[in-house]
Design a protein around this ligand. Structure first.
Ligand code: SAH
Ligand code: SF4
Length: 353
């Protein structure tokens, strides 16, 4: 009888510290050994068991028999001409691929990581949305992207400090795995990344926003708004049909009050679609009284959506209207447009289909 599924090896990167401690305890090893193993994985960041020379031989044997260390091989890589952005297409054990981006801006390194293969939310302007949904990532597949970027930086004598969960996929549609990954990378015994340097971006999954607030997750939240009236928003973001704006804004207000934190609202500016003075006034009204900051991102064109980014003058005019409502905003250029740094675009280009 084939009983391999019952004893399928565990990817060590999938485990939070308490889970790893429980696994080792099951084999009769004390917490002291968990500390050591954890340090190898997340402080030294070694990539194989043989490098864990200080680990007891019988523990290494158990690990070799029952676990794997699924690091993600590079399938493709590109760098922007300004040198600030490097984008990697990484292969998963089942040969699916995901994108991870390293951005450097004013000496600050940020990793943009994916949470799913594809995305089920279907935003019309997004290359990942145009692909559809394939599967969720496991916690380890999210953690490995962070390690991948940190290893590159360490080779240059630097260290990773900032993470944005803004790659392929919708993190609140893969809530458990995303939060497990956040727990692993922020664990003080390991990478110890500061939660205040982690930003999760969501299309606006209302129950997920409320859950983040209730669980008092200490990370920052960005909500992709893109339009301030239901009809306009639903045309760009099909998922918005499920959670109309009044429900979304209620959840945002709840989050801001509960967490005493500002929310960043993202707005992809698309010429003639959501960059009109009417929309600017509507968003000013919609966010009135909320501790909010708007990030305006001129559209990064994709093959599946025929539209143009808003021109600089119109961006300024849009911002000026937001200012009338005391709504702060920043224009964010998607860096490295020449390397297809928009979400999902490298994979879209590499797909044989
Ligand atoms: N699913 C999450 C996080 C990933 S997308 C979300 O939607 O928030 C990260 C951000 O990139 C979102 O604000 C999204 O709207 C934006 N984005 C996606 N495709 C884009 C494009 N072609 N041009 C500009 N911004 C884009
Ligand atoms: Fe998914 Fe975000 Fe792309 Fe929308 S913008 S399809 S939610 S990844």
């Amino acid at each position: 009888m084939d009983d391999r599924s019952a004893d399928r090896p565990v990817n060590l990167y999938d485990l939070t510290y308490p889970q790893m401690e429980a696994l080792l305890a099951q084999w009769g090893f004390s917490a002291f050994h968990t500390d050591r193993l954890w340090a190898y994985l997340y402080r030294q960041q070694v990539e194989s068991l043989v490098e864990m020379t200080d680990l007891r031989a019988d523990l290494r044997e158990h690990l070799a028999a029952h676990t794997t260390l699924d690091n993600l091989p590079t399938q493709a890589a590109t760098a922007s001409s300004d040198g600030f952005t490097r984008k990697f297409l990484l292969a998963l054990p089942d040969s699916e691929t995901i994108e991870t981006v390293l951005m450097k801006f004013k000496g600050r390194a940020t990793a943009c990581v994916s949470t799913q293969v594809g995305c089920a939310m279907g935003c019309v302007f997004c290359a990942t949305g145009q692909m559809g949904f394939t599967r969720h990532l496991s916690p380890g597949e999210i953690v490995s992207q962070v390690l991948y970027i940190d290893r590159i930086l360490r080779q240059q004598g630097e260290q990773l400090r900032n993470i944005v969960l803004m790659g392929m996929g919708e993190p609140l549609h893969n809530y458990e795995a995303t939060m497990a990954a956040v727990e692993i990378i922020t664990d003080h015994k390991g990478m110890s990344l500061a939660p205040k340097h982690i930003t999760l971006s969501t299309v606006g999954i209302v129950p997920g926003i409320r859950r983040l607030a209730d669980e008092e997750r200490p990370i920052h939240l960005a909500v992709s708004l893109h339009a301030a009236t239901d009809a306009e928003r639903q045309a760009l973001v099909p998922a918005a049909r499920r959670w109309p704006l009044n429900e979304l804004i209620d959840a945002c207000r709840y989050y801001i009050e509960k967490r005493k934190r500002r929310i960043f609202f993202e707005w992809t500016l698309i010429e003639g679609k959501n960059d009109t003075p009417e929309q600017a006034h509507a968003v000013g009204q919609l966010l009135l009284g909320l501790d909010a900051h708007v990030n305006l991102i001129p559209l990064n064109p994709t093959v599946g959506y025929q539209a143009l980014p808003t021109q600089a003058d119109a961006v300024k005019a849009f911002q000026a209207i937001l200012a009338q409502y005391n709504l702060p905003s920043t224009v964010r250029q998607r860096r490295g447009i020449d390397i297809a740094a928009g979400c999902g675009q490298l994979r879209a280009m590499s797909d044989p289909s």
